[in-house]
Design a protein around this ligand. Structure first.
Ligand code: SF4
Length: 167
């Protein structure tokens, strides 16, 4: 488990400290279901954001976040919708901002979810967990089609159980 500064500790041993200015269009639409969910979940002590990446590492992290929040520790954790928290200053971002414990579950050392949320909440200090360090696999693999769904699920379970053991 790591808590590095934004964008992670691994760039051939270098930490890259630079910033890129971006403009995010204000979201025109608000989802009432999402806002109600955020309201219902706000008393939970642990918020879990995930990078939600589409590669193998991101998908295993996504599955692990779901197992953690919906099966292993649903009473303690709230699963954050990263896109909703990033694009709108409403309920999901407020869950991230106010959670007593904030976990940023990253598929790999690029640390996308924590980098994104640092951009919209100044001074955010999530507990960064890099999922692919928590299970053994062939590190040359990239796509979700390069591993069986069953094996990916086993790794996601491993990640989720290791995190749940810290609660
Ligand atoms: S942290 Fe890694 S796996 Fe997740 S979205 Fe970023 S690059 Fe993809």
């Amino acid at each position: 488990m790591n808590n590095p500064s934004c964008c992670g500790p691994e760039n051939n041993g270098q930490v890259i400290e630079s910033y890129e200015d971006i403009r995010i269009e204000s979201a025109k639409n608000i989802c009432g279901l999402c806002e109600n969910y955020a309201e219902r979940q706000k008393s939970k002590p642990i918020a879990v954001m995930c990078c939600e990446g589409a590669c193998l590492r991101g998908d295993i992290a996504r599955q692990a976040a779901n197992i953690l929040c919906h099966t292993l520790a649903p009473e303690k954790t709230v699963r954050i919708c990263l896109g909703g928290a990033f694009t709108k200053n409403t309920g999901q971002r407020n869950l991230v901002r106010t959670a007593p414990r904030l976990i940023s579950l990253e598929g790999c050392f690029v640390n996308c979810s924590s980098c994104m949320m640092h951009g919209v909440i100044q001074g955010l200090e999530p507990e960064v967990i890099i999922a692919d360090r928590l299970y053994d696999f062939d590190r040359n693999l990239f796509g979700i089609d390069e591993m069986s769904p069953e094996e990916a699920r086993v790794h996601a379970n491993t990640v989720a159980m290791k995190i749940a053991a810290t609660f």
